[in-house]
Design a protein around this ligand. Structure first.
Ligand SMILES: Cc1ncc(COP(=O)(O)O)c(C=O)c1O
Length: 439
């Protein structure tokens, strides 16, 4: 009997719900591409702190944390209180209210480049408006992005060739290809260049080389292109001014989401006042961009956002989470090395799994010594399989690829997780689900 057989046998209620979901949701019964699991995902009843529980009564240490939004963990009392109190006063006014101003002021106090602030229902909407204002400001249409960088699923945010996407205006170039960046920008056709905070895929499965990311702004400026830094994941996770703040970057536009609203649905576009002024009504023939959206600055979201930003603004929570990440890298890599496994852990407060020839050390800051996309992305299929083995060991990851930490995780959680990781890799290898190395 393999671990997968045991997993199926011990999750009868999740299996039943998965089978029911198959006739509703076309993506193998899942409501989000990242919630698809082999052979099926777990169905959750509740979460608290660093834990979630499923319908079969199993407890998990949760390293998905609301797709990275729950930096404060599940059910943080300040967020629960803010939402509960605001709910009794009204959820949606379709009129202005003081909370939106308070939240914007908190964000501006944290982000030095935030001259103006706009609220949206989610991160990708903020990115789309960033593109729109940049197009209006530059009177250009083309969009430059980097391969593997994720900004949402809308047409303008995807690499060319994505099924069903109409995005002939988009060019995607390889990360770290300075010549390609210079060549494309020099055409002076691009309204905007998009970069993901930290690196490609959830804060840096492929981390940015600091020299490269620092070159993007000046190059974009020289050629009249607006630079947008997408901090939907890294925003306030990497520090009170986001990853850009840590790196000393000054993008024209920056977007936030996830943690910025304490786990409630929101997106925020911030940046230069002159670019954002494309949203200011002007008489014809100039024109302007009307910003609608039923859920913009929803009072319960603002209340949660205010509570979250107040907690995150001094950076102490992020520091604690980063320390926990460093502890996980250190203990995890030591255990992996001792077993001779070709797996490594790297990253900051989102710990990524590497699977391939492990002929290197991860440095103190969590950087792997390679930014070779092929190596960093190798073994995604095996990582996904490992994800199910980890579930069986009580660990809920981003499909075996990432452990997203929150302030609720403790050293005891990490110790249990490292033990589970070692057992899960051993079991997956014994079952023949994964080999020694994908490369
Ligand atoms: C870097 C990045 N940008 C944008 C988005 C889209 O955000 P949302 O799902 O809130 O629209 C995501 C979602 O995971 C993301 O990781």
């Amino acid at each position: 009997m393999t671990v997968i057989d045991e997993f199926v046998a011990s999750h009868p209620r999740s299996k039943q719900l998965h089978e029911r979901a198959l006739s509703h949701f076309a993506a193998r019964g899942a409501t989000h591409v990242g919630r698809m699991w082999h052979p099926f995902g777990i169905y959750i009843t509740h979460g608290q702190g660093s834990r979630i529980w499923d319908v079969d009564g199993h407890e998990y240490i949760d390293y998905r944390n609301g797709h990275g939004a729950l930096i404060l963990g599940h059910g943080h009392p300040a967020i629960v209180k803010a939402i509960q109190e605001q709910t009794t006063r009204g959820t949606l006014y379709s009129a202005s209210h003081e909370l939106e101003i308070e939240w914007a002021e908190l964000i501006k106090g944290m982000v030095p480049t935030a001259e103006r602030v706009e609220f949206f229902a989610c991160g990708q909407e903020a990115n789309l408006m960033g593109i729109r204002v940049a197009r209006a400001f530059t009177a250009r249409t083309r969009i430059l992005k980097f391969e593997e960088n994720f900004h949402g699923w809308a047409n303008e945010l995807l690499d060319p060739g994505a099924l069903g996407a109409v995005n002939t205006e988009v060019t995607a170039i390889p990360m770290h290809d300075l010549a390609a960046l210079e060549e494309e920008l020099a055409t002076q056709q691009y309204a905007i260049v998009l970069t993901e905070g930290g690196g490609a895929r959830l804060a840096g499965q492929i981390p940015w080389d600091p020299d490269f990311i620092r070159a993007v702004g000046p190059l974009a400026k020289r050629h009249g292109t607006i630079w947008l830094l997408d901090e939907v994941v890294t925003g306030f996770r990497d520090g009170p001014a986001g990853w850009g703040g840590v790196m000393g970057l000054r993008p024209d536009l920056t977007t936030f989401g996830k943690s910025v609203a304490g786990g409630m649905p929101a997106g925020v576009l911030t940046g230069r006042a002159d670019v954002m002024a494309m949203l200011t009504p002007r008489p014809p023939p100039e024109g302007w961009i009307p910003h609608s959206g039923t859920w913009n600055a929803m009072p319960i979201v603002c209340a949660a956002g205010i509570a979250a930003c107040k907690l995150l603004k001094d950076g102490l929570i992020q520091k604690r989470i980063d320390e926990m990440g460093a502890y996980m890298r250190k203990t995890g890599n030591k255990a992996l090395q001792e077993r001779g496994y070709n797996w490594r852990l790297y990253g900051r407060s989102i710990i990524h799994t590497y699977f391939g020839p492990a002929d290197f050390e991860v440095d103190e800051a969590g950087n792997p010594p390679t930014r070779d996309a092929e190596r960093m992305l190798a073994g995604d299929a095996e990582k996904h399989k490992l994800g199910t083995y980890l579930l069986h060991h009580g660990i809920h990851t981003h499909q075996g690829r990432m452990f997203i930490l929150s302030m609720a995780h403790t050293r005891e959680d990490i110790d249990r997780t490292v033990d589970a990781l070692i057992s899960a890799i051993g079991a997956a290898m014994a079952d023949g689900a994964i080999g020694q190395s994908p490369l």
